[in-house]
Ligand binder design. Structure first.
Ligand SMILES: Cc1cc2nc3c(=O)[nH]c(=O)nc-3n(C[C@H](O)[C@H](O)[C@H](O)COP(=O)(O)O)c2cc1C
Length: 178
């Protein structure tokens, strides 16, 4: 059994980029969730899963639906700033109770190029904009303000150094289990 694998679910490449950096840093195999089966995952003791945030979903995470969350590290990649974002709704929506207890979770910041979005994604973002405008008029908040400030732009917040806490955590855990 191999020690650790990095799996990613990505539409536009930012999560894939983070997954590549993490896999390189740990010298671990890199797997695309869309081309990976549950059986293949059984070859690894630890799993690091990265998924892009899409409204209430985490791209590709359904591959781990039945996973207990033990020896699982999840990183999400979204446009929102992790410092001002409440991730509990999206986590509660995607992780089982067991996974919520057992999984170590990190949040990284991706990017967006509205010019490259599919029609469906553009429409979803237009709805999200309306919703954010409504919410901010009732109760000003940083999460919606940031979203509206970057709407319809090309923006890239990906930064390799932000994987450091995840890498440190994984290295410590792996050492403890040797
Ligand atoms: C339809 C749609 C919904 C999104 N929903 C969220 C969201 O709920 N929270 C967030 O932080 N980012 C959201 N984003 C931004 C993506 O998570 C961001 O672009 C991320 O970097 C995409 O990852 P990928 O390039 O690996 O696909 C959304 C983007 C689209 C197009």
């Amino acid at each position: 059994m191999e020690k650790v694998a990095v799996i990613y679910g990505s539409h536009y490449g930012t999560t894939q980029q983070y997954a590549q950096w993490i896999a390189e840093s740990l010298q671990a195999p890199l797997l695309d969730a869309a081309k990976t089966t549950k059986e293949q995952l059984q070859n690894y003791e630890w799993l690091i899963f990265g998924g892009g945030l899409y409204a209430s979903g985490i791209k590709g995470f359904k591959l781990l639906k039945e996973h207990s969350g033990e020896k699982l590290i999840l990183f999400t990649v979204g446009l929102a700033d992790p410092k001002v974002t409440d991730y509990s709704p999206i986590l509660n929506n995607n992780l089982s109770k067991e996974q919520l207890q057992n999984t170590k979770i990190f949040h990284l910041r991706g990017g967006i190029d509205y010019g490259r979005l599919s029609k469906m994604h553009r429409l979803m973002m237009a709805f999200k904009k309306k919703d954010a405008e409504k919410k901010i008029s009732v109760q000003p908040n940083e999460e919606d303000r940031e979203f509206l400030a970057t709407y319809n732009q090309q923006i890239d917040f990906t930064a390799e150094e932000t994987i450091a806490p995840l890498i440190d955590y994984v290295k410590k855990e792996l050492e403890a289990y040797v």
